[in-house]
Structure formats: C-alpha cells, structure tokens
Ligand binder design. Sequence first.
Ligand code: AP5
Ligand code: ZN
Length: 217
Amino acid sequence: MRIVLVGPPGAGKGTQAALLAERLSIPHISTGDLFRANISQGTELGEQVKSILSEGGLVPDEVTVAMAADRMARPDAAGGFLLDGFPRNIAQAKALDELLAEGGHALDAVLDLEIPEDEVVRRIAGRRTCVKDSSHTFHVQNKPPRAPGVCDVCGGELQQRDDDREETVRKRLAIYHEETEPIIGYYREQGLVSTIPAVAPVVEVTRRAIEALPARG
Ligand code: AP5
Ligand code: ZN
C-alpha cells in the first residue's frame, strides 16, 4: 500500500507512521528524519539544509524530491511505503504523482491527522527526541521514557529538537497552513483523503487510521 500521512507539526505523524508501517509491513519514510540523519552525520546535504530546518523553513523542492525519490527507489519500498512529511506543497504532490506514474503506481490513501493548535503546542513543548535517531520520540507526560533523558529504543540521549522552540513552531504552523494544507484539497479531488481526529490516545488514533484505509485485496 502507498500511503501519505499529513497533518500539522506535532500532530503525531511520526508516532503513527512508525506503528502503521510496522503493522502494514511497509517502510516509514520521513523526509524530516532523513534530513536530520544527514545533519547529524555531517553530509553535504546535511550542511545544505541545517539552517533551513533550525529556522523552521521548507527545504527547496528539487532537493527534497530528489532525496525522497532516492529513498522510494530502494528495494524495501517496491511494494509500498508510508510517507510522513512529504509531500509538503502542491509542487511536491505533483512531483510524487509523476514519480509514481512512471512506475505504473498511484497512491492508495492520504490520512489527514486533525488536531487543534493548542494541542500542537502542548505536544511539541513536551516532546523529547533521540539524538541518535530522530524517529525515536517521547513526551514528558504522554510517553515518558523508562529512564529520564534516555531513549528506550537505542539508549541515545534525549533532547528537545532544534526547531521545537516556540517561535519556530509558530513559523512551522504558518507554513503548514499556507503551503501544506492545500495538498489536502488536491488529494480530496482524487478521492484519497480520510480525516482522522487525532486528539486521542496513541493506540486509538492508530485504530482509526487502520479503519480508514482501503481494504487490501
Ligand atoms: P518534520 O520532521 O516532518 O516535522 P513536522 O511535520 O513539523 O512534524 P513533527 O515531527 O514536528 O511532528 P509529528 O507530527 O511527527 O509528531 P510526533 O509523532 O513527533 O519536518 C521538519 C523540518 O524538515 C521541516 O520544518 C522542514 O524544514 C524540513 N522538511 C521535512 N519534510 C520536508 C518537505 N517535504 N519539504 C520541505 N522541507 C521539509 O508527536 C509529537 C509529540 O506528541 C511527541 O512527543 C509524541 O510522543 C506526542 N504524541 C503523539 N501522538 C500523541 C497522542 N495521540 N496523544 C498524546 N501525545 C501524542
Ligand atoms: Zn534512540
């Protein structure tokens, strides 16, 4: 299955993507995690995008689409994938459609995680992220690690993400409304969108998401 997960910063895309990907046996592809891995490894791409991420802006489309295409071309993604944080504007959505069409494929579903802004702020303020792998995320109240400040998965140190400062979060939210929300209309015209109310316990949101997916045949 080929799925896109969309929603504002802090909606729980990463949290749900990890669970859904495991459940559906498809890779979780997060452009945010890929950028952060490049930054922490000090690659040329990482150097190029570092300041954009810390300021909460969007990385240019050519760079993002090339990186996402590369990842989607890997063998583990041949049978499907779950995209988290990509596409993030109409140009990226069109580029994705073209990429898929070249391989004779199309998207099966777009899950839109719906959450009010005050909950975004609460979730992001309490989020702690693993320095070794940014897909390992915790929350001081909702999902505390077993040992304070230590990742349950890999033992890495937990920190607040660079772009999780309040001012940067406000900027990311504004960009979300302006650039990313329009893709929901774009996909709605293709009949692909399911809106998932995402203020609920993590397992309940996963249940709603699974229920919204088309039956596999
Ligand atoms: P990205 O990493 O994609 O960030 P984002 O979209 O802002 O999303 P977040 O990672 O902040 O939140 P999330 O929805 O994954 O929430 P999470 O599951 O962690 O992008 C970062 C940057 O990279 C961008 O700003 C941009 O610069 C660049 N970038 C990435 N993709 C790009 C693209 N396509 N084009 C251009 N630039 C791009 O959950 C949040 C917290 O809430 C956690 O602490 C979690 O434990 C908790 N939580 C989760 N679910 C629940 C629940 N149900 N109840 C209570 N708490 C919960
Ligand atoms: Zn970790």
